[in-house]
Design a protein around this ligand. Structure first.
Ligand code: FAD
Length: 254
């Protein structure tokens, strides 16, 4: 079956991540496997035939042994959907969509915004809001592959309550050797955070990212405005634009 053919997936399990975002664990019979960073297209069709289609990044590490950097099999795909106010598709997927219900899906899509465990550069991940989803797939794949490649995640969220995978990130920051996680809160920081609320700055990247001389592979993902601002900061700091890979999720925000 072609990757561009639509498949029927079924919702097996739901995990609430925040009050407005949830992870969907989908059974996708015949799923060909994926690489961390890829996404799928999801299509909803109403009884009258009207349909709407959106992209969602894959949150799970490729199932099985991804140590060789190749896509591995397994019929499970996890997506994390952030409900957008008045959003046609996200309101359904992060709302009434229930265990056992079908949804149409195709993929994996994208071959550029991917990290392979065999890659030989330190990694800088910069997330804005739900842009952390494909980056989480990379963090999980790194652990699954037993990689010790130094990884740094700089994660911008509005408030502590908006952080996706909060418990898992806290745990991994302690247990996954070589993984550093730093948070930028744009609207309200928790007590004792040490950095006032505000948008990502050059100082944050200098403090928590890698210096350009390390020639890191950089992945930036989030709302369009966030991605463009972060990429500008990186280039101004001297990072080679060819090493900066970006994925834009949509309009502004974050
Ligand atoms: C490659 C790719 C991967 C993506 N991965 C994810 C993912 O892992 N998780 C996830 O939650 N979303 C992801 N998105 C965004 C997703 O595809 C939809 O755009 C989002 O769910 C909104 O769709 P909707 O139908 O609910 O909203 P719509 O009905 O299309 O829009 C409703 C309102 O929300 C605004 N809006 C639309 N999209 C966004 C957005 N991304 N941010 C802020 N406002 C928006 C619109 O301008 C409009 O005003 C990804 C997008 C791309 C291109």
């Amino acid at each position: 079956m072609s990757r561009l053919a639509w498949r029927v997936a079924y919702l097996r399990e739901v995990r609430d991540e925040t009050p407005s975002a949830r992870t969907l664990v989908l059974d996708v019979p015949g799923w060909p496997g994926h690489l961390p960073g890829q996404h799928v297209d999801v299509r909803l069709t109403a009884p009258d035939g009207y349909s709407a289609q959106r992209s969602y990044s894959i949150a799970s590490a490729a199932d099985g042994d991804a140590a060789d950097g190749e896509a591995a099999g397994g019929d499970t795909v996890e997506l994390t959907v952030q409900r957008v106010p008045d959003g046609e598709v996200s309101s359904y997927l992060a709302g009434p969509y229930a265990v056992g219900d079908p949804v149409e899906l195709r993929g994996p899509v994208g071959g550029w915004f991917v990290w392979r465990p065999a890659d030989l550069a330190p990694v800088l991940l910069i997330a804005g809001g739900s842009g952390v989803v494909p980056l989480m797939s990379m963090i999980r794949a790194r652990a699954a592959a037993g990689s010790r490649m130094p990884f740094r995640l700089v994660y911008s969220a509005r408030t502590p309550e908006d952080v996706l995978y909060a418990e898992e990130l806290k745990r991994r920051a302690l247990s996954d050797r070589g993984l550093d996680v730093s948070y930028v809160y744009t609207r309200r920081a928790p007590d004792g955070h040490g950095r006032p609320a505000g948008r990502l700055t050059a100082v944050d990247l200098a403090e928590w990212g890698w210096p350009p001389e390390f020639e890191p592979a950089v992945f930036v993902c989030g709302p369009t405005g966030f991605v463009e601002a972060a990429a500008d900061l990186l280039v101004d700091a001297g990072h080679d634009p060819r090493r900066i890979k970006t994925e834009r999720f949509g309009p502004t925000g974050g």
